[in-house]
Design a protein around this ligand. Structure first.
Ligand code: SER
Length: 872
């Protein structure tokens, strides 16, 4: 059975059992700061498991895109580990439980109509005391007891080890199903049925509280089960992965053999390129932190594998088309972003190849110094990581290969130290802390948003978060850290989809709060700000008033963003797709896919198209429709954006249709004016336009007018059109003056040099000149040296000057003197004195120094060097 068919069979089997087929969540889940990437199918259903929010369905089934990096060291080594993988799952939120979950799993695995696996090749495990599950397997399904094993909480509980080690929250015993492929060394776990029946609260004992309703969360590894069905002994041999491994082999120029020396590296490359393609497609760019760091790490690991196989130029991007080919059936959008993904990867590869060339010899020196069984210190690893970009994970991977240890603790200490010194690092945003927000969500579900139609409204204070904790009241005026306030209803827009959060005031009888930002956590809106007077208490009725003028500017910028998107596709073609945006008060920033810089003519054409659509005064309409209808009508949507079943569709005239949750104008004419301020690159294949709207656009025209008027006055130009000619005239004059000056300098250097030669001390027939020159440029200093060396006969000299508050030294000796003393000899001595360094050739040397007050002493040192050497 093909992998694509397995996915479909699973989803339709569970649909036939009444489960609602839900789409996969995106890889970077929104509003879930507890994970970097979606790790399992259950992640998108956390609220349903907790019983929070409205109940739309109680049974679901999905195929979820997942990334887990905990096992990264095993990728390519074992038969079944990946970073990116797909997890098939069926879920129950207080609906069916153990009996159905087990019966259905068995039916799907062994039923002739479904997978038809041989039941005698299946074994199962249950949690130590889960007699209920064991009995269902044995008595109802007929699995003999010798093929049912009982395992501890680290094997058969989810999350693993939860009763003893946590985390707090929903958890439960699980039952795993294994298949033994003929010829394979050991059975493989293909399915995990989790019986989510407890809420863990605190440390043992008695910390597992039964949930009000029992839940089911199952996860079946798509790739693993496909390998079983296809009778292959590693996941990398299945129909959707083998071609990627082979494509990697071809681009690297190696033959792929399962057990061959290039087997592991090629499997790793295939895995990592697949993971990165999926991430970059969703808008993650390789970068220094969070998801971006993981993508960078994966790309670098993959590239290093190729490099060590002898492939010294970029190759990863060439593997991307095969990934897209293999993954496009379930994820058809990948086709449209293939080129963008390739560009991003290629750029990162180019950057890192330079790093490898520099850093690999350094690493090798360190590994050699440590020796087999020895340790690379934390400081050494940190230098390689932070100065050379050779990430710690790469150092560890290489060290493991060379049987050298890395002091990871020491490394982490260096990172922390560096972060403290540079003021950077990951600071948790206390206002958005996870715990208190969850509690508020439990109480009110969501904040009702009034702000599409209203700019004021009243709501009840549902929660107050101060310093990361939920408090009942708060009375500190102008507290150092802002507090977060959640209302049950509010017109404030919480930042999302590129649109910034609103600012304004919350006012009640008992308090006034200045709102300086508004953020969202899922469906909750958090007003962030400081108390101006009184005391705020949960339950207070407050009137919420947003800064209406600022909001009007945001509306203009947001509507203009849609018009810009349309204009770009009109002028540059349909590939100019949105990659990101930021919408503020009359300012917008729009990132889109485009390979090269736009020409000035294209920028003008885009600006013209936008303003023509503004002048149309087209109606802006918002409809709430189901996502299927929206897609059928061709509404523009973002890759990697998770849309609910009902979406807002914003249309403008007949030229723009986008899925968007933002706030908009009612007519395009209200934008007034849009001016493109800049067009620049942001990443490989991605350009950014910054534009102003409304009053700001007009102001920017006015500012330019004023600038031109000022220039006209300064340059005495009657008309603005005379300005270029005036500037050319000035440039010509300046050129002439510079030429004259250089003539004059030459002459004066000549005259002054003669004076220096005349005053020189003569040691053994050599003129020795060690002098400080005043008010001089570096070029002039060099001109002196040329003059003195050229016209003075036998000369040994060192000149010093103060340039930009630093000491500049230059030394020279003529050829006949070099046998006795070199320019580098005297400069070394002089540089030492002024606290600097430098060097050069025997005949000419330059150096710098920090301390101008020591110049005289430096000249003395140079003179002494010359005297001593020449006297011999
Ligand atoms: N959440 C469980 C797992 O990841 C089952 O889906 O294994």
């Amino acid at each position: 059975m093909k992998t694509d068919d397995l996915r479909e069979a699973y989803l339709s089997f569970f649909e036939s059992k009444g489960c609602v087929r839900r789409p996969s969540d995106v890889l970077v889940p929104h509003g879930d700061p507890t994970v970097l990437f979606t790790p399992a199918g259950m992640n998108q259903f956390k609220n349903q498991f907790l019983g929070v929010g409205p109940i739309e369905f109680t049974k679901a089934t999905t195929c979820q895109k997942c990334i887990r990096t905990g096992d990264i060291g095993n990728v390519g080594v074992t038969a079944y580990h990946h970073t990116f993988f797909e997890m098939l799952g069926n879920f129950s939120f207080g609906d069916y439980f153990k009996r159905e979950a087990i019966h259905w799993a068995w039916e799907f695995l062994t039923g002739k109509k479904w997978l038809g696996l041989d039941p005698t090749r299946l074994t199962v495990t249950v949690y130590l005391d889960d007699d209920e599950a064991s009995n269902i397997w044995n008595k109802e399904i007929g699995v003999p007891v010798e093929r049912i094993s009982r395992c501890d909480e680290y094997e058969n509980f989810w999350p693993a080890g939860a009763p003893t080690d946590g985390p707090d929250g929903v958890c439960g015993p699980c039952s795993e199903i294994y298949y033994h492929t003929p010829g394979a060394p050991k059975p493989v776990e293909i399915w995990n049925l989790v019986f989510t029946q407890f809420n863990r609260v605190g440390a043992p004992p008695n910390n597992l509280k039964p949930l009000p309703k029992n839940n089911i969360d199952t996860g079946m590894g798509l790739e693993r089960t496909a390998s079983v069905l296809q009778g292959v002994i590693t996941n990398f041999e299945i129909d959707t992965l083998k071609p990627i491994v082979l494509a990697a082999a071809e681009t690297v120029g190696q033959k792929y053999e399962l057990e061959g020396p290039s087997g592991r590296p090629l499997r790793r490359i295939a895995d990592h390129v697949r993971a990165c393609t999926m991430c970059i497609h969703e808008g993650v760019q390789p970068g220094p932190s969070k998801q971006g760091y993981i993508v960078r790490q994966l790309l670098r690991r993959a590239l290093l594998e190729g490099y060590l196989l002898g492939k010294k130029d970029p190759f990863l991007s060439q593997v991307v088309p095969m990934v897209v080919e293999m993954m496009k059936r379930p994820y058809p959008d990948l086709v449209a972003s293939q080129e963008i993904v390739q560009n991003v990867i290629r750029e990162e590869e180019k950057q890192f190849l330079g790093v490898i060339d520099r850093a690999l010899p350094k690493y090798e020196r360190l590994a050699q110094k440590a020796g087999k069984g020895g340790t690379i210190s934390g400081k050494e690893a940190h230098d390689l990581h932070s100065q050379e970009g050779f990430l710690i994970e790469l150092i560890e991977a290489m060290a493991a290969r060379d049987e050298v240890k890395v002091d990871r603790k020491g490394f982490e200490a260096c990172v922390r130290d560096h972060e403290i010194r540079s003021g950077s690092g990951a600071f948790a945003d206390s206002v958005m802390a996870e715990g208190p927000i969850d509690a508020i969500r439990k109480a009110i579900g969501k904040s009702e948003f009034l702000g599409y139609s209203d700019e004021t409204g009243t709501g009840k204070v549902a929660g107050i978060i101060a310093e990361g904790k939920l408090v009942n009241d708060f009375a500190e005026i102008d507290s150092a850290a802002p507090i977060g306030v959640v209302l049950d209803r509010t017109p404030f827009y919480g930042e999302i989809g590129g649109q910034v959060g609103d600012t304004g005031k919350l006012e009640a009888k008992s308090f006034v709060l200045d709102v300086t930002d508004t953020q969202r956590d899922g469906d909750l809106v958090v007003h962030i700000g400081r108390l101006k007077s009184g005391k705020i208490t949960v339950g207070d009725e407050a009137s919420a008033v947003i800064d209406a003028e600022r909001r009007a500017g945001i509306r203009r910028a947001h509507s203009a963003t849609h018009i810009l998107h349309h204009a770009l596709q009109t002028v540059l073609g349909p590939n100019a797709m949105q990659r990101g945006s930021k919408v503020e008060d009359d300012v917008l920033r729009f990132d889109f896919a485009h390979k090269q810089a736009m020409t000035p003519a294209e920028v003008i054409a885009v600006e013209r198209e936008i303003n023509a659509r503004i002048a149309d005064g087209a109606t802006v309409k918002t409809d709430v429709v189901d996502i299927k209808t929206a897609r059928e009508r061709g509404a523009k949507a973002l890759f990697g954006e998770k849309y609910p079943d009902l979406v807002r569709m914003v249309s403008m005239g007949d030229f723009s249709l986008e899925l968007c949750g933002g706030t908009h104008l009612s007519n395009t004419g209200q934008v007034g004016l849009t001016r493109v301020i800049s067009e620049e690159p942001v990443a490989a294949g991605v350009r950014r336009i910054v534009a102003y709207t409304g009053e700001k656009a007009i102001e920017s025209v006015r500012d330019q007018d004023n600038l031109i008027k000022q220039l006209q006055q300064q340059l005495r130009a009657g008309l603005p059109s005379e300005l270029p000619a005036k500037v050319t005239q000035l440039q010509d004059e300046l050129r002439e003056v510079k030429q004259e000056l250089s003539e004059y300098t030459k002459q004066s250097v000549g005259i002054e040099s003669q004076k220096l030669l005349a005053a020189a001390e003569i040691v053994n027939g050599v003129k020795v000149i060690c002098r400080k020159l005043e008010k001089i440029t570096r070029d002039q200093l060099r001109a002196y040296v040329d003059e003195l060396r050229g016209k003075g006969g036998s000369v040994a000299l060192l000149l010093a000057a103060v340039i930009d508050d630093k000491v500049a030294l230059i030394a020279a000796v003529t050829k006949d003197v070099q046998a006795k003393v070199k320019a580098s000899d005297s400069i070394r001595e002089a540089a030492k004195v002024v606290g600097g360094g430098g060097g050069g050739r025997p005949d000419l040397a330059e150096a710098g120094g920090k301390d101008p007050t020591k110049i005289d002493a430096a000249l003395e040192a140079a003179l002494a060097t010359y005297r001593k050497a020449l006297a011999e």
